[in-house]
Design a protein around this ligand. Sequence first.
Ligand code: SF4
Length: 350
Amino acid sequence: MDALLGWYDEERRELPWRVAPGKRANPYRVWLSEIMLQQTTVKAVIPFYLRFLARWPTVKALAAAPLDDVLAAWAGLGYYSRARNLHKCAITVAEDYGGKFPSTVGELQKLPGIGPYTAAAIAAIAFGASATPVDGNVERVVARLFAVRQPLPNAKTELKRLAATLTPEHRAGDFAQAMMDLGAGICTPRRPSCLVCPVQSDCAAAAHGIAEALPMRLERAERPQRVGYAFVALSEDGRVLLRRRPEAGLLGGMLEVPGSEWGDLLPPLNETLRTAPVRADWWAVPGTVVHVFTHFRLEVIVYRALVPADATLTFWADPDRCQWVARRDLHAAAVPSVMRKIIAHALTEN
Ligand code: SF4
């Protein structure tokens, strides 16, 4: 795999969290980038990463930030449990480790939000440990290099084992990043560029002409659908009624537009209107809002009402968890993307 490291020296992607080949990167920056990159593209992550780093340049600074500020800065990256764990992890590192990340895979994995992949990435890239981070990109490259025909997800353990056999004792961090770059730019899911690939001479799939067919996968079940109602209450003085979600679960601790539960079937409309957060003249906004989560697709019917600035909230609103947020302050509030879509949908029908 020397050819891969040689290729990385010349052709690697310049990314703001990276350092020159052969050097060890700052653990805080590697960790921050890796958490942001989980299920998000590099292109989407870069502006968030730069903003976070400018605002919280060290793990101690991030640990000292209010959770709400971190969640608000995260809005747009999705998967808010990651942001909550990011903050929890920063506090643990600041308080229990004196602001220094531990250097081994085992210790790193004990920290909130750090799984096997991220632990291996930090250990290799920031500490030079001979660890092998294996994500979907690396699985694909390894499945092709060794022409593994066993389908995913069953092949995961074997692909991990094979990936570890490739990892060198020295420059393991560069090797890990080279594999990431190879998967992102050359050994792509469709139409891999085998002709310009630095490891083509070692690749069994290329030799057999089956690169594009790998990795094989078991058929995936279709994503389930859920439906629900949302009530966007606008006060006469330009504020929107929002409610804090419970700490545990999906979008935990974020602000939401009050509404029905999300289920397989819509609850009857008259029953739903009875549970509106404010007694008002509710009006159905034409169309629906669709949002795709990892495990389900959500379709929301949006109701809107203009209410007095001192409107009384109903029992159904759960008033203790509600707050009125000025429309001009919404961009900085901890409001997840799905709720932003719902509010925008309600406001387009002015
Ligand atoms: Fe992927 Fe082709 Fe390179 Fe093999 S030769 S690793 S299939 S790009």
